[in-house]
Design a protein around this ligand. Structure first.
Ligand SMILES: [Fe+2]
Ligand SMILES: [Fe+2]
Length: 310
C-alpha cells in the first residue's frame, strides 16, 4: 500500500475508516520522576487521574463492544472492532505500568480505587448474561446506554488526544519524554479509532435521546474522576508538605492551564456539548487522522514496537 501523505495536501486515506491495528508498545519507567511535569505536581496528578481510571475503564469499553459484536453484520465495522479491542488492551496495560511503577515507587497507592473498578468489571459479564436470559429487551437497552456512555468518553479521549499531540508547551516545560510519548501515542490511537464505538452504538439501533442522556452521565463521571482523582493523589503525595485544600489546588490548576500544562478542563468538557450533541454528529467530523498518523510514525514507542501500518 502507498504510504499516505500525513501533512499538507490531500491525504489519500479514508478519514472515517483508517486502518486500525494495535501497536505492541512498551515503556521503560525507570527514569521517570514522580512529578513528571517538572515543578507542577497539580498538573502531574490531574493527568495521573487518567492513569487511575483508564486501565479498568478501557477493559469495560472492550466488554461493551464485545457484547455488541455478535449483533453486527457490517464486515468493515467488525474489522474496526478487532483493531479497537487490540488498541484498548495495549492502552490499559500501558497505563497500569504507570500505576505499578511510578506511583508505587513514589509512595502513592491507588489500589482501593482500581480494585473496586476491577471487581465491577469482573462481575459485569455474569450480570449481563443473566439479564439477557431474563429480559433480552432490557439487556439491549442497558447495552445501548453503556455504548452511548463509552462513545461520549471516546469523544473526549480523542479531543484530549488531539490537544496533547498539538501542545508543544509540554515539550518546552521539560515533561518527561517517555510519559509524553505514552500520552501522545495513546491520544493518537484514540483519534485513529474515534468512530468505532459511535458506529457500534448506531449499528445496535442507538438513538439520539439515549446518546444525550449518556453524555450527561459521562460528563459527571469525568468531572468526578478528574477532580476527585487529583485531590486523592495530591493528598497521598508524600512530597507535598502543605495541606491540600480545594482552593489551593484550584489556584495551582489555573496556573497550570495558563502555562499550557493541562487543558482548561471545565471549558473543554462543557465546551464540546454543541459539537457532540448535534443530532447529525459523527466523530469523523472532529480531530485529524492525518495528524494522528503523523505522530504514530514518529512516536519512539510505536517505532520500537516495529509496527508499520503501511
Ligand atoms: Fe484508549
Ligand atoms: Fe479509545
Amino acid at each position: 500500500m502507498t504510504r499516505p501523505q500525513v501533512s499538507g495536501g490531500a491525504a489519500p486515506i479514508d478519514e472515517r475508516h483508517p486502518p486500525i491495528k494495535p501497536r505492541r508498545v512498551a515503556f521503560d519507567w525507570s527514569e521517570t520522576p514522580l512529578h513528571w511535569v517538572p515543578g507542577d505536581p497539580v498538573a502531574t496528578h490531574i493527568i495521573n487521574s487518567f492513569h487511575i481510571v483508564l486501565p479498568e475503564g478501557e477493559k469495560w469499553f472492550i466488554q461493551c463492544v464485545k457484547d455488541a459484536r455478535p449483533h453486527i453484520r457490517d464486515e468493515r465495522l467488525l474489522e474496526e472492532i478487532k483493531g479497537f479491542i487490540g488498541q484498548e488492551m495495549v492502552h490499559a496495560r500501558s497505563h497500569q505500568g504507570v500505576l505499578d511503577q511510578i506511583l508505587e515507587r513514589g509512595g502513592i497507592d491507588v489500589s482501593k480505587i482500581t480494585d473496586a473498578a476491577g471487581r465491577g468489571n469482573a462481575e459485569r459479564p455474569a450480570q449481563m448474561a443473566a439479564l439477557k436470559e431474563r429480559n433480552p429487551r432490557a439487556w439491549r437497552r442497558r447495552l445501548r446506554f453503556e455504548l452511548a456512555a463509552v462513545a461520549s468518553i471516546e469523544h473526549y479521549t480523542a479531543v484530549l488526544g488531539q490537544w496533547i499531540m498539538d501542545n508543544d508547551r509540554l515539550d518546552k516545560a521539560g515533561v518527561d519524554p517517555t510519559m509524553l510519548d505514552l500520552l501522545r501515542w495513546h491520544g493518537a490511537e484514540e483519534v485513529e479509532h474515534r468512530s468505532v464505538v459511535f458506529d457500534v452504538y448506531k449499528a445496535m439501533g442507538g438513538r439520539y435521546p439515549t446518546r444525550v442522556a449518556a453524555w450527561v452521565v459521562s460528563l459527571f463521571f469525568l468531572y468526578w474522576a478528574l477532580i476527585g482523582g487529583s485531590l486523592y493523589l495530591l493528598k497521598q503525595d508524600p512530597t507535598i508538605k502543605k495541606r491540600v485544600t480545594p482552593l489551593r489546588v484550584y489556584r495551582s490548576y489555573r496556573r497550570s492551564v495558563r502555562l499550557g500544562h493541562v487543558p482548561g478542563i471545565f471549558r473543554l468538557l462543557l465546551g464540546e456539548a454543541p459539537v457532540y450533541l448535534k443530532p447529525n454528529h459523527h466523530p469523523s467530523k472532529v480531530c485529524s487522522t492525518p495528524r494522528a498518523l503523523e505522530y504514530l510514525l514518529q512516536s519512539p514507542a510505536a517505532k520500537a514496537a516495529g509496527y508499520d501500518p503501511y
